[in-house]
Design a protein around this ligand. Structure first.
Ligand SMILES: Cc1cc2nc3c(=O)[nH]c(=O)nc-3n(C[C@H](O)[C@H](O)[C@H](O)COP(=O)(O)OP(=O)(O)OC[C@H]3O[C@@H](n4cnc5c(N)ncnc54)[C@H](O)[C@@H]3O)c2cc1C
Length: 489
């Protein structure tokens, strides 16, 4: 969930969706509803970004959030001098749109780049930390991979090109290029760090579209990625940097919220029924009271289970019901604060990921206070441990004491823990991250088809345009831009 977010999933599907939607929009009749506001449903990063861009473009907007606060998965707490991230801990500033948005919001001075030591990352092998090799000489020296795997990594660029026509699991995809050891000790922990998922179930095409595209274009993943890096540079995208904000990630969602016109956000507002048409009618409820409002368009930016339950029209049809089957494994994030002298390891890095084959309780640990300043009181360090995911979902639901008890011996083994944590905070996400598994195109088609059928409907966010925070923000911005550029319905 936290590390190595280099993917920008669903690039292909985004293109096809835009074409389909454009077609349906072009056939939509013009009507007097153009001065009505746009309804944005879901106040996570996606919905906030969409609402902000719509408002900035002069559109009236109303944002409906079922919870008592906006931000969705993004949430920062400050307690007793510790800064705790409930969900995402950082994100990759990898797109021009994100740089531009931070400038537009005036957040350049709040933004903090991860410390240079964060370039160092660890993977666990045989119960020990191994630094991830970042250069060919380091690759030769690392105990992380056998000689055979090193040779495959170094020679893949010269291997016979592969071009497949149908999707495969991510595990099969990477095994074809680099062998099983790389699947176990590089792919598996990498995927844990992003999806908390199982590479045997994830779709290569949908979960890592850039890798898929690299193979399609160059046959070799190494050559394909080098070419993509050059293209990104030529297109003016920034050099990817891991970032957060001085006061944590919630600075971003709070700022987006504060820039929306007064009265445009309804908290505690659950959407019950959408009546498609021109205008759209949105039926929402709060504390047992039901309201109906009219809108020109509706942007859905909620998780799959909410989309699945949405009733459309007077017959209460549920055109998105099948999205319910998208797996969202549970994850728990345990924040631990220690006195500095109680951790032997210098914590000189981003953190460590644990391959499933190592059979630890934890998926990985972030060295939170090494990454960004201001995360722990003077003389202390902070770690954030992730547990659960597709491999061990049952662990995520355990209590604070049970999870602490399970992971402390593991932290001791890896980092040398000489004293009890002075501060603990647990956040449980029963439905953390959607898994873009094999066959995900049927879910994309369900969304495309609903948009074709109901002109004025737009679906955005982590269920469709990528699970990483920047992908969700860009999804919200792009959706808003598209609405602004289309003829009004
Ligand atoms: C534990 C965890 C760690 C992560 N770590 C990272 C990381 O380090 N880096 C990174 O880039 N990404 C990370 N991610 C992923 C990223 O944070 C999310 O994918 C992204 O924030 C999702 O934003 P969203 O707006 O699409 O959805 P959400 O944040 O889920 O927001 C959806 C909103 O819709 C609301 N809602 C639901 N139903 C309704 C309804 N019927 N009516 C009105 N409102 C409704 C919800 O209350 C919620 O506020 C992490 C995610 C989790 C859970």
């Amino acid at each position: 969930m936290s590390e190595l977010r280099v993917e920008e999933p669903l690039a292909f599907s985004r293109i096809s969706r835009s074409l389909f939607s454009l077609q349906s929009e072009m056939t939509a009749p013009a009507s007097p509803s153009s001065s009505l506001p746009v309804a944005v449903i879901g106040g996570g990063a996606t919905g906030l970004a969409a609402a902000f861009r719509l408002a900035r473009s002069g559109r009236k907007v109303r944002l409906f959030e079922a919870g008592t606060r906006v931000g969705g998965a993004v949430g920062t707490e400050r307690q007793e001098g510790w800064l705790i991230e409930a969900g995402p801990n950082s994100f990759l500033e990898n797109a021009r749109e994100i740089v531009d948005l931070l400038r537009e919001l005036g957040l350049e001075n709040e933004r903090v780049a991860a410390s240079p030591t964060a370039k160092k990352r660890f993977i666990v092998r045989n119960g020990q930390l191994c630094a991830v090799p970042m250069s060919p000489p380091a690759l030769f020296g690392t105990p992380l991979f056998s000689f055979g795997s090193k040779l495959r990594l170094l020679t893949e660029a010269f291997s016979r090109p592969r071009r497949r026509t149908s999707d495969v699991s991510l595990a099969d995809f990477v095994r074809d290029h680099f062998g099983q050891e790389i699947v176990d000790y590089a792919l598996n922990p990498f995927v844990s760090g992003i999806y908390a998922g199982d590479p045997k179930k994830l779709s290569a095409r949908h979960s890592f579209p850039k890798l898929w595209e690299a193979e399609q274009k160059k046959g070799s993943l190494i050559r394909g990625q080098i070419a993509q890096a050059k293209e990104r540079k030529a297109a003016g995208h920034p050099k990817s940097q891991v970032i957060s904000f001085r006061d944590g990630l919630q600075t971003l969602t709070d700022t987006l919220q504060s820039r929306l016109p007064a009265g445009s956000i309804e908290l505690g507002a659950r959407i019950e029924t959408l009546m498609p048409g021109s205008p759209w009618q949105v039926v929402w409820s709060r504390s047992g009271e039901t309201h109906t409002e009219q809108f020109s368009r509706v942007v859905l930016a909620t998780p799959a289970r909410s989309l699945a339950q949405l009733a459309f029209g007077s017959l209460g049809e549920r055109p998105l019901a099948t999205l319910q089957s998208i797996e969202y494994p549970p994850v728990a994030s345990l924040f631990l604060g220690f006195r500095r002298e109680h951790i032997v390891h210098p914590l000189d890095g981003f953190g460590a990921l644990v391959p499933a084959i190592e059979q630890f309780h934890m998926l990985g640990v972030l060295f939170s206070s090494s990454l960004f300043p201001n995360r722990a009181p003077e003389g202390h360090v902070a770690l954030t441990v992730m547990v659960g995911g597709s491999f061990q979902p049952e662990i995520a639901g355990r209590s604070l004491d049970e999870i602490t008890e399970a992971v402390l011996p593991e932290l001791d083994r890896l980092l040398g823990v000489k004293g009890a944590p002075e501060f603990r905070r647990l956040h449980f996400w029963p439905h953390a991250i959607p898994q873009y598994q094999l066959g995900y195109e049927r879910h994309l088609e369900t969304m495309n088809s609903a948009e074709r059928r109901f002109p004025g409907l737009h679906i955005a966010g982590h269920i469709r345009d990528g699970i990483a925070l920047p992908a969700c923000i860009v999804s919200g911005l792009n959706t808003a831009d598209r609405i602004v550029s289309l003829p009004t319905v």
